[in-house]
Structures are given as structure tokens and as C-alpha cells.
Design a protein around this ligand. Sequence first.
Ligand SMILES: NC(=O)c1ccc[n+]([C@@H]2O[C@H](COP(=O)([O-])OP(=O)(O)OC[C@H]3O[C@@H](n4cnc5c(N)ncnc54)[C@H](O)[C@@H]3O)[C@@H](O)[C@H]2O)c1
Length: 436
Amino acid sequence: MIGAGYVGLVTGACFAEVGNDVLCVDVDAGRVALLQRGVVPIHEPGLSDMIARNVRAGRLRFTTDVDAAVAHGVLQFIAVGTPADEDGSADMRHVLSAARNIGERMQEFKVIVDKSTVPVGTADRVRDTITAALAERGADIGFSVASNPEFLKEGAAVGDFMRPDRIVIGATDERAITMLRSVYAPFQRNHERLLIMDVRSAELTKYAANAMLATRISFMNELANLADELGADVEHVRQGIGSDPRIGYRFLYPGVGYGGSCFPKDVKALQATAREHGRPSRILAAVEAVNEEQKLRLVEKIVQRLGADLSGRVIALWGLAFKPDTDDMREAPSRAVVGALAERGAAIAAYDPIAMDEARRVLGSVERLRFADSPMAAAQGADALVVVTEWQEFRSPDFGALKRQLRQPLIFDGRNVFDPEHVRAAGLEYFGIGRP
Ligand SMILES: NC(=O)c1ccc[n+]([C@@H]2O[C@H](COP(=O)([O-])OP(=O)(O)OC[C@H]3O[C@@H](n4cnc5c(N)ncnc54)[C@H](O)[C@@H]3O)[C@@H](O)[C@H]2O)c1
């Protein structure tokens, strides 16, 4: 398993859990040292226990030794990062460096599996890179490249991997298909979940999935902003349309925009691919533009209520992670909200159940931002409470106590988690997204 991040660690641990012998390699020596000491550097429910169990059983190990990693397995999964490059396209440096490492060292047949989210055509580039490295050595060794995009959700990654909706395999080589079928067999005892297709379709499927989900979110955000103007409640509308089985309830939540390590970069990367091929995507351009604006929708509402100059104001902020059950702060909407509030002079008291360390790392330099020990401590003396991430523990606060803590009884609910009537009945002013 090449790359021991969210995807590599979860995939490696789950493969070990069903009995495989897994070696995870990462270029980040600090991360590997932590893992070797039994510290799991990311928050993912159930992952630490699973890793500990499989390390104890001798089925899961971590290394920085590339020679050992290439020698270790016939299946070489590439699960390294593919961040957005300056022009929005996916930066393939890490993927191609992993491919080169394999080509420079392999001594026998290997199946190289692209698990990272990579643009259509990457399997060809991986193949060319390995072929070139083999040619430099004058080595004639067979290998196969397959695509196996990952669909796990952070916060539920272990469950998603152990019980996948589908497993997409892009491959034409029978030997590779047989090996992948065998390694995934334990995860689909109940019914067949393997979708085998050509490599390019598999690569495109991953971007299509994330782009579709991001589109649903931006659509709902645009609708919510219109509902604000019309005096309609988008939460009723959401249920009204979600009940249609053709639409469904999931990913229809309006809020402060999508974030995380995947949607923003994947929407950008798919646009870059579309542009390169002369078919620029008007839909995705709009999805991205709506999302960027939406991150500041709450701040707009705060300014409408408290004025443009927020100096001397204290804002309590609940939730920093880009979504609940993760400590991931990559592209988290909270970063835009904190930045905009600080720019207007506000002091911010923030609380998150899990992401506080990560938030200190990425937001530590923001002036007048402090981190509170509890939701109520954050609210103490604040002019408004802003909810940015819908953690379970925020859903049903004691509104009476909250009112007593706040200097001004204002709630800006960026995830529509509260019942406006309930909040108002407790004597607080309520502002949601797309709700009168
Ligand atoms: N995070 C998710 O929820 C998720 C879900 C599905 C797909 N993906 C995709 O999976 C890929 C990995 O994402 P992630 O969130 O796990 O990233 P991550 O940043 O958490 O982890 C990537 C790891 O790869 C390591 N690495 C980089 N170059 C390397 C090399 N040459 N050899 C060995 N290790 C190397 C890095 O040090 C890092 O630890 C991305 O393409 C992402 O889009 C992510």
C-alpha cells in the first residue's frame, strides 16, 4: 500500500483485517514513525483498533523503505495524494513518483492498482513511467496497471470499505482482474459488488460520482438562497423533493458549502479535463462558483444583523472540521468563515470535538481566534453563535443555558440543525440557510 493517508491506511488496515499481509509505505518519515509507535495520525472511527489488532497479528506493518515495499506484494496499490495543481488539474507528481519507484525496483510480475483519484489517462501514464524505468534497467518484466477508485467517506471510512456499495475495477488484463476479484472477495460475500469496466471509464466514474454529489449540494444552496428571498423554507422543500425516489434525500442539505480533500479538488480537476478536451463544463463551473459564495453566506447574514464592522464583537463558532466525525480541515468552510469574520475585526471563540489540533495547525495564525474547551465555553460572552459543522453533540443544546451564556441571543445555523421555532421559543433570534 503506497501512501498511508486516509485512503491508504483504511485500505491497508481493511485488507489486513481479512487476512492479507500488508506493508504500508509512506515518504513521510514522521507519519511512519508515529504509526510504528502505534499512534494513528488521523481520526477515523474504528480505525485505531483495527490497526492495533492487525499490527499485533503481524499482518500490517509500516515502512519508509521503498525497496521493501516494492519487493513485498504482487499487488501494489497507489494511494498517494493528488492535490489540485495551480490550474486546477490534478497534480500527478506523487502518483508518477510511486510508479517510477516500482519500475526501478520490481523483479517479478506486479499488478499496479491506481486507488488515488486520478484523471482519465493516468493508468496509461503509470504504464509508460514503469515501462521507461524498466527499459533504463534493461529489464523485461511483465506488469499490469488497473484502476480501482476509492469511494469511502471520511468519518465512516472503515464501514464503507468493509461493506462497499460497489467496487469499481478498471482493467482489461485477465490476470489483474482475477487477482483483484480475489482480494475483494471477502468484502462482497453477500452479493456481487464488483463492477468491471475499461480503465478510462473507471477513472471517470470516480470524478463523476463526486461531481454529481457536489452538484446536488450547490443546487440546494442556490435554492436555499432563493427561498430566503421568497420567504419559503428550504427544509420543507428538501423533504418535498427528497421523498421522490427519483431524487432521494441524500446530499440535499443546504449549508455553508462543501469542503474536504475531495469535492473541491475533484470538481476542479474534472473541469480541467473537460477544458483540455474542448468540452468545458458549464455545470461544474457553476457548482464551484456557487460553493465559493456559499461559504460566506453566514457571514453575510451576520453582517446584515450586526453591521459590517465587527470589531469589538465576539463570535462563538461550533464546528471546524469540514464535516462531522473527521479531523480533516482541508478546504473546510470554517476556514473561510473564520477568515472573513477576523477580517471584519471580530474575535472568535471556536470549538470542535475532534479537529481542534488540526485547526490550531491551519488557523493558528489568525488574529483574535481562540479555542474553547467546550461548546458552552465558546458561547460565553459572545455576540452570536455560528454553527458551521453539524456534529451530533451540537444538535440539541440547552437553549436556556445557551441564552444565558451569550451576550446577545443570536444563532446563525449554517447547517439548519436546529428547529427555528424551538430556538425562538427559548428567546433566541434564529438565522438559518434558506429559512424564513
Ligand atoms: N480522503 C478521502 O476521503 C478520499 C476518498 C476517496 C479517494 N480519495 C483519493 O485518494 C487519494 C489519497 O487521498 P488521502 O486523503 O488518503 O491523502 P492523504 O494526503 O491523507 O495521504 C496521502 C499520503 O501519501 C503519501 N505519499 C505521497 N507521495 C508518496 C510516495 N511517492 N510514496 C509513498 N507515499 C507517498 C503522503 O506522505 C501521504 O501520507 C487522493 O487521490 C484522494 O483524492 C480520498
